[in-house]
Design a protein around this ligand. Sequence first.
Ligand code: ADP
Length: 294
Amino acid sequence: MRIVLLGAPGSGKGTQAQLLQARHGVPQVSSGDLLRDAVARGTELGKKAKAVMEAGQLVSDDIVLGLIRDRLSRPDAANGFILDGFPRNIDQANSLDALLREIGQPLDAVLLLDVRHATLMQRLAGRRICPKCGSVYNVSTMPAGVTVCPKDGAEVYQRPDDKEDVIAKRLEVYAQQTRPLIKHYTRLGLLRTVAGEGELDAVAERMEAAALSKPIPAGKISVGRKPSAVAKQAKRKAKKPVAKAKAARPPARKAAAKVASKRRKVVKAAKKSAKKAKTARGKTSRKPVARKKK
Ligand code: ADP
């Protein structure tokens, strides 16, 4: 499995990448984690990246590409990978295409997690992380007053770029630089859009189905569709009871199915009576009369 996860900050790429990693045994390669690790270790590269990340901007392409190239050359990525947060602009996508061609590892799919703006804001502003085990929580679902990780008791913290003004910047950068990748991967026939709201397991199931689905021929894809329409549609579907969904089948389709079934019955009956007539004729027919010789 070689896939790219696309989606706005807070769309759940990291969480879903971990689930896919556990299920398929291929590593999650997160550019954000690689950068945060470099910052934490205080490397030269990390020092350069720190301020840029805290301002919600993109770190330079050559730094990120270097990290990704190194990571993909590690043995555990030989059988596949889940790229999370990379590529994030068209230049990075082109560099990735070239790199994967070079190492003979073409992408199987690009999964876009579609989540509404309001949900993104709520998820990011409320996100808290355990420094010990890396578990991610949200203040909206943590019991009131609890600020420690239930697994190991460590005080959870807020990522510096999850402050509201930085979140706004990151979403703006996403809209301007990363969203154009939707068209790029649609044209390559690789994009699948997954409704990213709802229960974690339900999203994971949709991701799984999308990751394993066959590629859509590029000619059959409508590039213009607004991704958020997918989220709305999924929500509507989830609300609709099954019986109602059946009843809501377009009447034209129902009528066409009825006509087709009627036609099949008529044809069958006609064939049957033709066969009967033939048999009857066979029984009563005279022996062929010999031709008179001239
Ligand atoms: P999110 O997707 O929630 O913004 P990430 O952990 O993917 O979180 O990224 C955090 C920050 O790391 C980004 O805001 C950006 O500054 C930097 N970063 C991550 N990936 C890239 C990338 N591919 N190119 C440039 N900068 C990146």
